[in-house]
Design a protein around this ligand. Structure first.
Ligand SMILES: [Ca+2]
Ligand SMILES: [Ca+2]
Length: 286
């Protein structure tokens, strides 16, 4: 009787093993798509659960050669779900009086504007979920160390490279400048830890606009960048794809035999309607 039970068990095991052997190839064929879809669902759910309706109050002042903006975001969801009472960022940018005049900025009482919008916020210990180890969005940090997601996507990846090699191709070969505080804000990505950007631009001040990229070296050794075209002062992004294409060209010069550039190869799921970003990053291999 015992033998019979054992034989039955073995037969059942054989059926299970054979079924798994038949099933495995079918599962493998769909695995990449399924895994990507699962990852995208997780990242989208994280985005939705961190999106809050907020009132944004901006106070701008120009005094003694400094243009200062104080931006305050507040909202019930932000307070109840994340415990953030107010998200405040202060920017102070040096601005010569003749330049201020050119942009119609005059020394006067503070200018106050208010608007309502839906924005993504998080605390330092509740980082965003990311697709295939690539951060999709960049963040600004407030005075208490909380993060606000900007509508600025990452759009360039250098596989197996280093920040130094990528930077050298841009600022040495194409005469760009390293830009930093106070002329430039520091922005962050999350990659196992919050990392500050290294900024490069075709003009350090870009009063009349220009091109700008922020770079981060990732923990796995790749380099990721967020490239955009800036408006005139005060800056905001007016182009993504054009900046991505321009900088991709820096790695396709006649002497660039070491780099292989594949425009819009990697899907990052970070589409933006205006200015347009197609959600695919240019991938460059070394
Ligand atoms: Ca080059
Ligand atoms: Ca793109």
């Amino acid at each position: 009787m015992k033998m019979k039970k054992g034989a039955l068990f073995l037969s059942l095991m054989m059926v299970v093993v054979l079924s798994v052997m038949v099933m495995v190839p079918m599962v493998s064929a769909d695995e990449t798509t399924t895994d990507m879809q699962v990852q995208e669902k997780i990242t989208n759910e994280w985005q939705e659960s961190h999106k809050f309706k907020v009132t944004q109050t901006t106070i701008s002042t120009y005094k003694d050669g400094v243009y200062e903006t104080i931006t305050i975001y507040s909202g019930n969801g932000l307070k109840e779900k994340l415990g953030i009472e107010n998200f405040i960022v202060v920017r102070k940018i040096p601005l010569e009086s003749q330049d201020a005049e050119k942009f119609g900025i005059i020394e006067s009482n503070p200018k106050i504007s208010k608007k309502e919008s839906y924005e993504v916020f998080t605390t330092a210990t509740d980082p965003p979920r990311i697709l295939r180890s690539y951060p999709q969005w960049i963040y600004e940090k407030d005075i208490w160390g909380n993060y606000h997601q900007l509508n600025e996507p990452t759009n360039m990846i250098w596989k197996y490279s280093t920040l130094t090699d990528v930077r050298n191709e841009i600022w040495i070969d194409h005469d760009w400048y390293h830009v930093m505080v106070p002329y430039e804000d520091t922005y962050y990505i999350y990659d196992g830890g919050w990392r500050a950007d290294y900024g490069l631009a075709d003009d350090p001040f870009r009063l009349s606009g220009g091109y700008h990229i922020r770079l981060w070296e990732l923990s796995d050794g790749d380099v990721i960048g967020a490239a955009h075209q800036d408006s005139s002062f005060p800056h905001h992004a007016v182009g993504f794809e054009n900046a991505e294409n321009l900088i991709a060209g820096f790695f396709q010069d006649p002497d660039d035999s070491a780099w292989r550039v594949y425009p819009n190869l990697e899907y990052l799921g970070n589409q933006v309607s205006s200015p347009y970003n197609n959600g695919y990053a240019t991938m460059t291999y070394v």
